[in-house]
Write a protein that binds this ligand. Structure first.
Ligand SMILES: *Cc1c(COP(=O)(O)O)cnc(C)c1O
Length: 331
């Protein structure tokens, strides 16, 4: 597996820590949980997008782009990290954010402002409409003589997923050092790049760990379709013919609740449990739901007491502040 030929810009602090979570494991009564701290990638409050952006913006530079465009929800972590990363390398960022107009500028949206990104808020979640807005914007910029580089939602392309292939190998090296062989890796999955990369890493290394994606919004079939497509695109990037059949992609959409961006009572409970056992902050949109999934899968016996699960913390904490009211609901 060779990534050395891909253009890359430094953005993430690597390797991120991999920690045992003994108090959380004891609280749950098993499985044993370890946590991979990709909330500590260091870029503008951290998260998984920092890794993907190294390759994506590497390509932007190689193509001599002069403005970066990306798309997401109003509380997009990806948009926030793109805004920061663009500044590091002297670009302007334009963020096309689709969703309800928020009552208050908080969380990631506040940080987007601090990075001086141009935010275009569109009141729709229709992917088709948003893609159209981005394409029109890119065309308009080209007409004006600019050289935009467009990053799709979540940075989840084959190239972005290369970062999670590498991250999977990074974790395996750390686990080897600890003498731990996890039975599963659990993480929040939405646009599919993280899962595609980790799944490819585990298959390539024959590590024997299943990769379990917990959807933060879309139905299972959507996430599975995205993951299989991105694995194929990752194969193209690395000139191999990687394929995963859809039945090999494990995704649970049982923990979404009312929808993307709306924490369930179990999400809030999971955030409190991890905060109070390990002093680690999860987020209300992604990792809180993923941990609620891990806890429930343990209770249902999908993970047994004597198994070991690596929980991949993908970041997202700025959104905590945009959900203060829900997080203060009585216990
Ligand atoms: C984007 C994001 C995810 C989902 O990762 P994908 O690669 O888009 O599936 C999970 N957690 C957080 C905090 C994120 O920002």
């Amino acid at each position: 597996m060779q990534l050395g030929h891909l253009p890359r810009l430094a953005l993430a602090v690597r390797p991120t820590p991999l920690q045992d979570a003994p108090r959380l494991s004891a609280y749950l009564g098993g499985p044993r949980v370890l946590i991979k701290r990709d909330d500590l990638t260091g870029l503008a409050m951290g998260g998984n997008k920092a890794r993907k952006l190294e390759f994506l913006l590497g390509e932007a530079k190689a193509r001599d782009a002069d403005v970066i465009i990306t798309v997401g929800a109003p509380q997009s972590n990806h948009a926030r990290m793109t805004a920061a990363a663009a500044r590091i390398y002297g670009w302007e960022a334009i963020l096309v954010l689709g969703g309800e107009r928020p009552e208050e500028i908080q969380g990631n949206l506040l940080l987007d402002r601090l990075f001086g990104a141009e935010v275009r808020l569109i009141e729709t979640t229709d992917e088709y409409v948003l893609t159209g807005v981005v394409e029109d914007l890119a065309r308009e910029l080209v007409r004006k003589g600019r050289r935009p580089y467009v990053i799709p939602r979540g940075g989840s392309t084959g190239l972005g997923a290369a970062a999670y292939l590498e991250a999977g190998m990074e974790a395996l090296t750390q686990l080897n050092g600890l003498g731990v062989r996890p039975d599963a890796i659990v993480h929040a999955s939405t646009s599919g790049g993280t899962q595609a990369g980790l799944l490819t890493a585990m298959k390539w290394a024959r590590a024997g760990a299943s990769v379990v994606g917990i959807s933060a919004g879309p139905p299972k079939e959507t996430v599975v379709r995205r993951v299989t497509g991105i694995v194929r695109d990752l194969g193209v990037v690395l000139s191999t013919d990687w394929q995963v059949p859809p039945e090999d992609v494990v995704v649970y959409d049982d923990y979404v609740g009312e929808g993307y961006g709306i924490p369930t009572p179990e999400t809030i409970e999971a955030i409190r449990v991890v905060a109070r056992t390990e002093g680690i902050l999860l987020d209300p949109v992604y990792t809180g739901k993923a941990m609620a999934g891990l806890i429930d899968l343990g209770r249902r016996g999908v993970f047994t007491r004597d198994q070991t699960v690596l929980f991949w913390h993908t970041g997202g904490q700025p959104a905590l502040f945009a959900h203060a009211r829900r997080l203060l609901t009585p216990e």
